[in-house]
Design a protein around this ligand. Structure first.
Ligand SMILES: NC(=O)NCCC[C@H](N)C(=O)O
Length: 272
């Protein structure tokens, strides 16, 4: 039987990829960093089973998951989004503002290079975590906060503006990363839990959500939104707006200030 083209493909155009890079949690995941929350015990076995279910949810919605080399010595390695920022086929390897997280990038660099990405790097004195970068079309919002400094913002501009990105810097102080405060719906509406968003007016369209963890969505394609099970009221709000929430329990990662976005890097613009 002939394979059908993926949804949203344009005849004659290369087919956008739906690959997601993930990394299994380290056995030391319970030692992950906490900055804005009190430390709570993390069960590594529960974390592993939640991570497996997260990958399953991606695959069930048409994403091919690709595992980066495990980084068992890095407690926060599972939060792979922080190690790399993608724009088109260019991978910008991050340099975390948390020094202990810097060894995480090696295996990620290798994985994106193997996938055919062009690779670029954030250099000293720049620091940048991928969790600070929110892409909406060609607009790239970058949080200037605890993990990303001004040199990191400049280097992001230098890497992506020549490719057509418009980089918008946003101050972040109430949360770990920009994407701890805001992400975006498929139509580009920025969503956030207002007490944690410093300047909602920086975004052209802003929709407040009723729960902190409701501010985080991964766009699975079409109307489907991957989100945390800990935000049921927000899931109801999104369903009422015509979206289809797909909820996953990521409680162990939430204890470490992680959210649904940070457990994968979606590679949409690598043409197969
Ligand atoms: N992008 C993200 O939301 N990353 C979460 C990182 C959590 C990790 N415990 C950290 O503090 O770096």
């Amino acid at each position: 039987m002939m394979a059908l083209p993926p949804p949203n493909s344009v005849p004659g155009e290369p087919v956008p990829s739906r690959r997601a890079l993930i990394r299994r949690p380290s056995p030391r995941v319970a030692d992950g960093l906490v900055t804005h929350v009190e430390r709570r015990a993390v069960d590594p076995r529960v974390a592993l089973s939640q991570w497996k279910a997260y990958g399953e949810a991606l695959r069930a919605h048409g994403w091919e998951t690709i595992e980066a080399e495990p980084a068992d010595d890095c407690p926060d390695g599972v939060f792979i989004e922080d190690s790399v920022v993608m724009f088109r086929n260019v991978a910008l390897i991050a340099r975390s503002g948390a020094e202990t997280r810097r060894p995480e990038t090696a295996g990620v660099e290798e994985a994106v290079a193997r996938l055919g990405c062009s690779v670029n790097w954030v250099w000293e004195p720049g620091t940048l975590d991928g969790g600070d970068v929110l892409k909406i079309g060609d607009t790239v919002y970058v949080g200037r906060g605890g993990r990303t400094n001004a040199a990191g913002v400049q280097q992001l501009r230098a890497a992506f503006e020549p490719l057509g990105a418009r980089v918008v810097a946003v101050p972040v102080s109430r949360v770990l990363h920009l994407k701890s405060a805001v992400t975006a719906l498929p139509d580009g509406t920025v969503i956030g839990y207002e007490p944690l968003v410093e300047q909602p007016s920086l975004f052209p369209r802003f929709l407040p959500v009723p729960e902190e963890t409701g501010a985080h969505v991964v766009l699975l394609g079409g109307a489907k939104l991957l989100m945390a099970a800990s935000a049921p009221k927000t899931a109801e709000l999104f369903a009422d707006l015509g979206y289809e929430p797909v909820q996953v329990d990521i409680s162990e990662f939430e204890k470490l200030e992680g959210c649904v976005t940070c457990l994968s890097v979606r590679l949409r613009d690598l043409h197969t």
